[in-house]
Write a protein that binds this ligand. Sequence first.
Ligand code: ARG
Length: 581
Amino acid sequence: MDYKDLIASNLSRCTGLDKAQIEGLIEIPPKLELGDYAFPCFVLAKTLHKAPPVIANELKDSPELAEGFDGAVTVDTAGPYINFRIDKGILAKSVISEIIDEGDQYGNRNIGEGRNVIIEFSSPNIAKPFHVGHAFTTILGNSLSNIYSRLGYNVIRFNHLGDYGTQFGKLITAYRLWGDEQAMHDNPIDELTRIYVKFHDECKVSEEREKELEDTARDNFRKLEEGEEEEVALWKRFRDLSLEVFEKTYKRMGIKFDNYNGESFYSSRIPAVVEMLEDKGLLEESEGAKVVKLDDVGLPPCLVVKSDGTTIYASRDLAAVLYRHEEFNFYKNIYVVGLPQQLHFRQVFAVLKKAGYDFADDCVHVGFGLLKFKDNTAFSTRAGNIIKLDEFLDKATEKTAEIIRKNSELRGGDMTDEQIAQVSETVGLGAVTYTYLKAGREKDIFFDWDDMLDFEGDTAPYLIYTYARIKSILRKAADQGISGDIGPADKLTAEDEYAVIRSLADFKDSVVKAAESYEPFMISRQIALIARNFNRFYNNSRILNAENDEIRDARLKLCEAVADCIKSGLDMLGIGVVEKM
Ligand code: ARG
């Protein structure tokens, strides 16, 4: 039985308010003695023309409110609040059995009812290194995709590749002049970067040389736009080779996309967009360019066609959103892109709105901060400031392996090299992922290796370690022929046990809140709390040699529920677990 759900249904019936609205209003009282859930009656004051404390008192005594409570829930008031208290034993048993039933899918709901949600994330630029700067969008977007699909939405994962623009004219030119086949084959992105840099260096040689190169590049880009075979083939090759490299990293991180339509895909759709804006009388000439003025909504004009007639980033995004709506009739269209592009998205959404497309309101820009290195020596790179994501992940797993190896040696070397490598990959990648998701997304992250890998800190290693520790207890129990039992779970009413159960019960809400605010940290914070509560309980109570067999069996079930919930939460963040470490 989900008591919070029952309380919300009953309140909805008694007040006529929508159940979802009630769920949003229900609070967790600041003090335990006030009960488990509180409903503030302020919202009802206007319609009922009564003071909130009066309403609270009247509702409290309504028999309808108590339907199905069967003595498990007691109702009380404190001023304008109705407080609900769930019998600790009944709560323990119901929460644990719900989690055991749902296992590592605990927290799933069917709020989405299969509605389409597009989540665009990662979106690197082809022919350029995939660096740590792309990690945030990749990790955050993946987590949001997991969360939305666990809530019953049909998630379509888009990767809006940066695969279009005048730079491809330059790359084609550079490739013809200096491209090295073998290097292209061995390390395509490095080679493309090398020749791109060379193009710019060569432009500095003399004005004539610059003009010559720039002219050829412009010409090559024009040919590419016009669909000339050779240019298109080269561009396609750059794209395919880059994508191969990106996909290796995605695979390593366990990330998949449903759609790789990049900017190039939309370029053929731009003329229709320009025509539509023109027909609606929204396009204005400005210094030879075409713009949509947005001063009425307090934004600078959105540039749609440049003065030389070429289209730009914003027009490709307009074409993309129209396509997405046509194709998927989305319930939400989410862009996981850094905060520096906030203005761009505001402009795109405002243009849509002006053109009469109300689905502009269903488009959301989910911005995020930057990764900063606390200590600049934390990572030294060969090539300037760019830290490749793969090298960063390698370093994380190497450092994790050192710790895992040391711990294994302390236990007399109970892990093979292969086991150490496997565990370190999961834990190391998890540590990186968690670092990005453990605080509000708009905050900058101050990165530090020691913080990130602290097995006792607010880290993925700590959570995975807690999970593995529980698994080891359960294995030990199984070896002794003891399996837990849900029957006596209502005996788990001690303070430490209640804290664990309470935090497990609240996990479900944290998932919904994470989706609503696009903040996976609501989940990371909750599982961190569960793990801390569990470890306190574990340090203060005996499990396998508990005071009696009933308590032992119930505690084992509690352990199992905690492991399931941590696994479920970590999975939503995009982090795996290990059974042993
Ligand atoms: N490729 C761009 C970049 O790396 C991000 C694309 C963002 N998405 C979009 N629909 N504009 O900066």
